[in-house]
Design a protein around this ligand. Structure first.
Ligand code: HEC
Length: 430
């Protein structure tokens, strides 16, 4: 059971980009499994974290990546938005970074954890951040001055953390078969024994605590830790939980790829999302009361209507909003679907997270005026040609252009690389 989250220890080799199947509503941009998703308070912006070490800020309306945040040296396991709109990323490197939209580097880095940070929670008043770590601690960080308090007691990895709605306690769960309710400000814990290792926790608006366990069960506890119900939500360990903004629904992702929607008050399984596909590592509700986002092993973020269980999203690909509609049937354009969230083909379109590829051939790396490239790229001597672009995705951006913000991804097949570079010649010529 403990293997469930230990996949982090394996160095992730970016999945090979293969021709994507036509499917709806996917945000493609990560070069590795999506491990965490957060949604901004207005529901318009998403932040995702991945095993590829990057976080991506997305516009849900345009389905485009607006910023790639690269700072962590290992998987980004947890992400959050602060009340002022700033973003937080936490990594397997033990660090927590706080970002202002559009800035290249974090404003602030919170250091102290000695092992991967795997969960984050923001206090209801927005003044404090709680982090859960495999160093067996929970830490409370003051966002005003960056000072930390260490909550010690768990004897194993801490996997989940959440604040009570009144902000007067923080709860944590871990592999040590306990739930701890730390009463603030003293931080004295009440310890509740549970029968299965716990992977996630959330607290709904009326104060009930919901945990997700390795035995596939959700356990519901009163604010003072009395068990008051359980729901078998998955046949496999639950790895992620999310609550809807009104707290009535809980989404629970099982490592086997199932996503259960549970009516929390009724203690009832409402439905299991169909065909959610490969293992899901992250779930998050959009505050519209019906949309759920899932992210998992294939690196894509999918959208679902929780009321019907159906996938939702724009008419991508192929519809009027599909930027590649004009290239239907073009294999190279299909390969380019792995790039389109971040790169436009024409400089007339609104900029995305990466520089436009309009006129890319013959251009020196990091020379496009008006785009803020990483410093590491500015001193490189690469001229973009079909050969150098092919090389970039044969060996991967990290190896070919070390220090790049572009998430790690490779195109394994020479034929696909050729189709891509031929396509770019046709589609980016000015
Ligand atoms: C998640 C976003 C993202 C995805 C997906 C992505 N890129 Fe990028 N790409 C970037 C960013 C950001 C940069 C700028 C890197 C920097 O400044 O560190 C970049 C840089 C580049 C450059 C160098 C441009 C220059 O002017 O120097 C090329 C070429 C490129 N990408 C091609 C591609 C192709 C082809 C794909 C798909 C196979 C792709 N990218 C997928 C974000 C992305």
């Amino acid at each position: 059971m403990r293997l469930v989250l230990h996949i982090h220890a394996i160095v992730f080799v970016a999945s090979l980009i293969s021709t994507p199947q036509p499917a709806q509503a996917q945000l493609m941009g990560h070069g590795g499994p999506v491990r965490a998703i957060a949604v901004s308070a207005d529901g318009k912006t998403i932040l995702s974290g991945s095993f590829d070490t990057a976080a991506i800020r997305w516009s849900l309306a345009t389905e485009s990546a607006e910023q790639v945040l690269r700072f962590h040296s290992d998987a980004v396991n947890a992400v959050a938005f602060l009340k002022d709109g700033r973003m937080v990323t936490a990594g397997a490197d033990g660090r927590i970074a706080i970002w202002t939209t559009g800035r290249q580097q974090p404003d602030q880095v919170l250091e102290g954890h000695r092992a991967p940070v795997v969960a984050l929670a923001l206090s209801p008043d927005g003044a404090m951040l709680a982090s859960a770590s495999w160093d067996h601690t929970v830490r409370l960080w003051s966002l005003a001055d960056g000072t930390q308090r260490v909550l010690e007691g768990h004897s194993q990895n801490v996997n989940g953390v959440a604040f009570a709605p009144d902000g007067k306690s923080v709860v944590s769960v871990g592999y040590d078969l306990t739930l701890r309710i730390w009463r603030l400000p003293e931080g004295v814990p009440e310890v509740v024994a549970l029968p299965s290792p716990q992977n996630a926790v959330t607290v709904v608006p009326d104060g009930e605590i919901v945990t997700g366990a390795a035995d596939g069960k959700l356990r519901i506890l009163s604010p003072d830790g009395m068990e008051s119900g359980e729901v078998q939500a998955a046949p496999t360990p639950i790895v992620a939980l999310a609550k809807s903004s009104d707290g009535t629904l809980i989404a629970a992702a099982g490592i086997g790829g199932t996503v259960a929607i549970v009516d929390c008050k009724a203690r009832a399984l409402m439905r299991v999302l169909a065909g959610s596909g490969p293992p899901v590592w992250a779930v998050a509700f959009v505050p519209d009361g019906q949309t759920l986002l899932t992210g998992g092993a294939d690196g894509k973020i999918r959208r679902w209507n929780v009321l019907t269980g159906d996938p939702v999203g724009s008419d991508l690909p192929g519809g009027p909003a599909d930027p590649l509609a004009a290239y239907a049937g073009d294999h190279g354009a299909e390969v380019f679907r792995a790039c389109v969230a971040c790169h436009t083909l024409s400089d007339k379109e609104l900029p995305r997270a990466g520089p436009t590829l309009a006129g890319v051939y013959g251009r020196k790396i990091a020379s496009l005026p008006g785009y803020r490239f990483s410093d590491a790229l500015k001193t490189m001597n690469i001229i973009w040609t079909p050969e150098t672009v092919a090389k970039l995705f044969e060996i991967g951006p990290n190896a070919y252009t070390p220090g790049t913000k572009m998430p790690e991804q490779r195109i394994g097949s020479a034929e696909d690389r050729r189709a891509l570079t031929d396509f770019l010649a046709r589609a980016t010529a000015r």
